[in-house]
Design a protein around this ligand. Structure first.
Ligand code: PLP
Length: 423
């Protein structure tokens, strides 16, 4: 038996990248980034004018955003910082939507002043936010285009920390509040209600909760139009489609597109066609990235074996934060001598017991100190969630395209970290 390995990403040797850059580092495959985006684009084409807004928070490097923006992607933001990224990456304001429960007035102002008419939609999550936005738009002499985020109260059957469409989550407006907000919009002259949005959770591995949410969304449209006295232009179906980290069987992109078409497509029976927006993050970026790390020490403690690596929870927090699973493989092919596998924990150097990348994995018994490991499917919520905990400079990011590679974020230095504190 030979154990799985990943010597190269597209045509680029990860061992050579490790020589050049040091470890740890993130590497992304351009091909793997574009494949799901293009498949989604083709699958949703029957809608006429769909807009795929990439969830920037999943993987927010400027070069990654540029690649997607150049293919016609829009961007789904959750902060003013992400707005700056989207704009710098060349995304027109017409393709930007702004989500999140806690937009500050300053963030609202920046988004209102982006482009000629402000961004395509503020996805508003509370009446309080709606009023604040109305005031800010008035103060800027602008019209804010609003999409109200509906909380359809469905259980997405995912980890509780990434479920967002249940009534008890902080997200969205339940039906009553939604109708109230729709009526409020009609009273506020600087707001224009254009759409409704939902986003029920992340890493969904079944279409059933989405189907239920789409049905509830459709049902509420006429009521919202009546209360607001306006016809809607679009529905924003959020993101959340899962990827395969382990043994999950997430729905295919084709099945997802078929579901969207069934509910909102030309033959869906909607009284009037509505433009469809979607906000995928993980689906686009998740499988495109790997985190490459080097084994610093092998350690045995009682029955447990540890590979202590130079990447830790500050570099990739998903395992610590919500038990995220990532396959870990050797970079070098192990072949015949790598035959024997033993249960191993792959851990980092950070001073927390939750600092692990993988637990109880069957890894080659003789992976030596200095061996390179690749942590797979680390493109989404990997680097973008990284931190400087333990005063660890964050790793570089590299974009691989065929047989060439380009550093798209340099490694931070300790000096970078201290500079902000030398006042
Ligand atoms: C995080 C988020 C997304 C993307 O979720 P994925 O699971 O990465 O697809 C989309 N929309 C909103 C509002 C979000 O908060």
């Amino acid at each position: 038996m030979s154990l799985p390995s990943l010597p190269r990403l597209e045509g680029v040797s990860l061992a050579i990248l490790a020589e050049e850059l040091g470890t740890p580092f993130y590497a992304y495959s351009k091909k793997a980034l574009l494949a799901p985006f293009l498949e989604l684009t083709r699958g949703l084409a029957p809608l006429g004018d769909p807009l795929i807004c990439f969830a920037v928070k999943s993987c927010s490097n400027l070069s990654i955003l540029r690649v997607l923006a150049a293919q016609g992607a829009g961007m789904d933001l959750v902060s003013g910082g992400e707005l700056a990224r989207a704009v710098e990456a060349g995304t027109p304001a017409e393709r930007i939507v702004f989500s999140g429960v806690g937009k500050s007035r300053g963030e609202m102002r920046e988004a209102l002043l982006t482009g000629k008419d402000g961004i395509l939609a503020f996805n508003v999550e509370s009446i309080e936010e709606l009023r604040a936005l109305g005031e800010e738009a008035g103060a800027q002499g602008r019209i804010a285009r609003v999409s109200l985020r509906f909380n359809p109260d469905v259980d997405p059957k995912t980890h509780p920390y990434i479920a967002t469409g249940l009534h008890d989550n902080k997200f969205g407006l339940d039906r009553r509040a939604l109708l109230e907000a729709a009526a409020e919009c009609a009273k506020l002259p600087h707001l224009r209600l254009n759409g409704l949005s939902i986003h029920i959770g992340s890493q969904l591995t079944s279409l059933a909760p989405l189907s239920q949410a789409f049905r509830s969304l459709r049902a509420v449209i006429p009521e919202v139009e009546e209360r607001s006295g306006r016809k809607l232009d679009h529905v924003d179906l959020g993101g959340g489609l899962g990827i395969r980290y382990r043994k999950e069987k997430p729905p295919s992109i084709a099945a997802y597109c078929a579901l969207v078409l069934r509910h909102f497509g030309p033959r869906s029976g909607l009284p009037r066609p509505l433009r469809v927006l979607v906000e995928p993050g993980r689906l686009i970026s998740g499988a495109a990235g790997v985190l490459v790390t080097r084994v610093v020490y092998r350690k045995k403690q009682g029955k447990r074996r540890f590979l202590i690596c130079d990447a830790g929870m500050n570099d990739l927090v998903r395992p610590a934060l919500y038990d995220g699973y990532h396959e870990v493989v050797s970079v070098e092919p192990l072949g015949r001598n790598g035959a024997k596998a033993v249960l191993t924990d792959v851990v980092g150097p950070v001073c927390e017991s939750s600092d692990f990348l993988a637990k109880g994995r069957r890894l080659a018994a003789e992976l030596p100190e200095g061996a390179l490991l690749a942590v797979l499917n680390a493109g989404a919520y990997g680097f973008s969630m990284s931190s400087n905990y333990n005063t660890r400079p964050r790793p570089p990011e590299v974009l691989v395209d065929g047989s060439s590679s380009r550093v798209i974020r340099r490694r931070e230095t300790v000096n970078d970290l201290l500079a902000a504190e030398r006042l």
